[in-house]
Ligand binder design. Structure first.
Ligand SMILES: [Zn+2]
Length: 65
């Protein structure tokens, strides 16, 4: 089991270095359709639509009440 797993981008097929890339998770509003996920390289992840989601747990400094 010395062979290391190589992660490949599901969009462009490029190898994703360890500690890089992203996982895209699609969750359908219709729960019966379930969910799907894709491994993406940094480039593809950046190009895909979507908004930056704030990290959980800590409030941003600017959001003072
Ligand atoms: Zn890619």
């Amino acid at each position: 089991m010395a062979r290391k797993t190589v992660l490949v981008c599901d969009n462009c097929g490029k190898e994703v270095d360890e500690g890089r890339g992203a996982v895209l998770r699609i969750t359908f509003g219709d729960a019966r359709r379930g969910a799907k996920a894709a491994d993406l390289c940094d480039t593809c992840a950046t190009q895909l639509p979507g908004q930056q989601v704030a990290r959980r747990g800590r409030k941003p400094k600017s959001a003072s009440a």
